[in-house]
Structures are given as C-alpha cells and as structure tokens.
Design a protein around this ligand. Structure first.
Ligand code: BDR
Length: 320
C-alpha cells in the first residue's frame, strides 16, 4: 500500500514530539509538512522543538512553518507545568533545520491545493489548539478538496483536563475549535475527535522507556526520555503516548472505536468554556427545536481504544 500523506499541526509539546517521531518513522505515513501553533508553549519554541524532534527522528527536509502565536480572542496560556519550561521536558536542542518562509496557513494551502492538482487527498492531524486550522478552512475553503479527513487530538465526551469541563487544546482557543468544526461540517470534511476519552488509555511503562533509551538511535532515546519525564511529572510508573495515539489511528484505524455524534464547542465564559458538548442523545430530530444558534457538526468521536495495541505499535515503530 502507498503511504498515507499526512500534514501535522502541532504545539510541540512532549506528546506532539512522540507523535512526530512515530509519523516520521512509520512506513505507512508520508509526512508532507508540519505547521506550528501556540499551545503547550509559545509558537517560536514550538517551532524550535519541532525542528529538533524532526532532526532526532532523522526526517528528510520536511517543511516546517510558523503559525498563529495566539488564540483568536483570548491571550495564550501555556502548559509548562506539564511539558517543562522549554515545552519538551528540558530535552530541546538547537537545530540547523530551516523554517519554511511561508506562514502556516499558506503552507497548508499550497500543500493541499497541490494535492488537489494531483488528485490526492491528505490527512490532517492537528494535535494542538485549532487556530491554524480554523483560519485555513475559513480563508481557503477550496482546500477541502485536498483533505481526506481531519483526525484531531482534542476535546472529550466526558470530562476535561485543563478545567473540569474542557480539554487543553480546545480550552486554549475555543473560538478556533468552534470555527474549525463548523467549517469542516460546512465543507463536508470527515472529522474524527481523538479526545480524553481515549487519550490516557495508551500507556508505556518506565521499563519500556528504559529499553528505548538503552540503544543508540536518537529517536528512541528521545522517546524514552520523554516517557520517563512524563512518568516523573505525574509520579507514576507509566505514561500516555498522548497525541501519538492520533497517528497510530491513522495507520491502524481498527484499534479505535468511534461513534458519530453532533458536537458543539461551549463558548460562554462560565465554568464549561471550551467544553466539547457531545450530543449523545438518540433523538435525531433537526435542530430547529434547539435553542443554540450554531448547528452541531456530526463527527466521529473516539470512545474506546485498544491501548496495548497502539502502545506496541508505537514502541515497535520507534524502537524497532
Ligand atoms: C493535550 O494536552 C496537552 O498538554 C497535550 O499536548 C495534548 O495535546 C491533552 O489535553
């Protein structure tokens, strides 16, 4: 089978790094470009981390573009308490890899329109706040013809992590998430939400991380070090591969159980701001009777994952 063409939109980030390492190393993925956005850390640090991780992975000259430095409306709020001051657990190193001269939205437009020109469709994998994706879809809706589907890490059908209600990526820029989902619905782009309902179920142990670190491969060493850092920060003997589950699902969709629901993003300023409100009712009436003004977007919500299957897939892809 030909590898699946993929573009990742990241806020690297420990688990974005684990995701990038997998995407570069898995033969079933052809990573065409990476776009960066503010989230776990500032966008310039995200870009620096991303370039270093691609170096460690031994990636070819994949274009890396700088995207939005801030959410649509609210100021950025990083997650250095989880990812460390450099966003990469202290493991970030300088890279000679050049940045694309294009802004992220323009790089995305060119890559996707290039795909349209050759009759291809690219899978978009955002594992970050959806700021770049919202801007892209509303500014250049014609790119929809070049998108196979969007599988994003974010949201939840249960509870949140940044707040009791909201998952971090959505909470960081709820307006962007609402725009991206609504635009995807308008443009008939299939969307899968890989949210907190599955995010924490794909775990790698300290021992498995130590085995990764014991070899000479820089990608495996970095992956093992990141897992160990995540174990330490949460005081546990295992850590989730987090965002990397999304790329596992790209190459092994049968490991994921999804169900189609209408989803909206809560944009109020109360305690539920940033919540992905997943309508799990069996009622299938239209939304004329619903007092909310925004139509929910029908998307595939991941509700269960074969955690061991994805953990093994990730470990063997990176560790050999
Ligand atoms: C998300 O939190 C961030 O810290 C991770 O990078 C991930 O994308 C899960 O909420």
């Amino acid at each position: 089978m030909n590898p699946i063409p993929v573009i990742m939109d990241v806020d690297t980030g420990i688990d974005d790094a684990m995701s990038l390492l997998f995407a570069v190393r898995h033969p079933g993925i052809e990573l065409r470009a990476v776009t960066c956005v503010a989230g776990n850390t500032g966008v310039d640090q995200v870009a620096a981390n991303t370039r270093y991780v691609l170096d460690a992975a031994g990636a070819p000259d994949i274009p890396v573009a700088r995207g939005s430095a801030r959410p649509m409306l609210v100021p950025p709020a990083d997650a250095s308490h989880v990812h460390g001051a450099d966003g990469l657990g202290g493991f970030s190193r300088p890279s000679d890899r050049r940045m694309s001269p294009l802004p992220a939205v323009e790089l995305l437009r060119r890559e996707l329109m290039g795909a349209v020109g050759t009759g291809e469709r690219i899978t978009l994998v955002p594992s970050a706040p959806l700021t770049n994706i919202a801007l892209l879809l509303r500014t250049h809706p014609e790119v929809a013809a070049g998108i196979e589907r969007i599988i994003f890490m974010g949201g939840s059908a249960s509870g949140g992590n940044a707040t009791a209600a909201a998952e971090f990526n959505i909470w960081h820029d709820p307006e962007a998430a609402a725009i991206a989902l609504t635009a995807a619905g308008d443009l008939d782009i299939p969307v899968t939400m890989y949210g907190l309902d599955v995010f924490n179920d794909v775990v790698v142990t300290r021992d498995e991380a130590a085995a990764l670190r014991s070899g000479l491969d820089p990608a495996a060493q970095l992956a093992g070090s990141l897992i160990r850092f995540a174990c330490d920060i949460f005081g546990q003997d295992e850590a989730t591969i987090g965002d990397a589950g999304t790329v596992c699902a790209v190459v092994d969709p049968d490991g994921l159980t999804t169900q189609r629901f209408g989803v909206r993003v809560e944009l109020g300023n109360g305690f539920a701001r940033g919540q992905t409100l997943v309508d799990r009712r069996t009622w299938t009436g239209d939304h004329k009777a619903d007092p909310h003004s925004t139509k929910p977007t029908m998307i595939d919500v991941a509700l269960a994952v074969d955690g061991r299957r994805y953990a093994d897939l990730w470990l063997t892809t990176i560790g050999g």
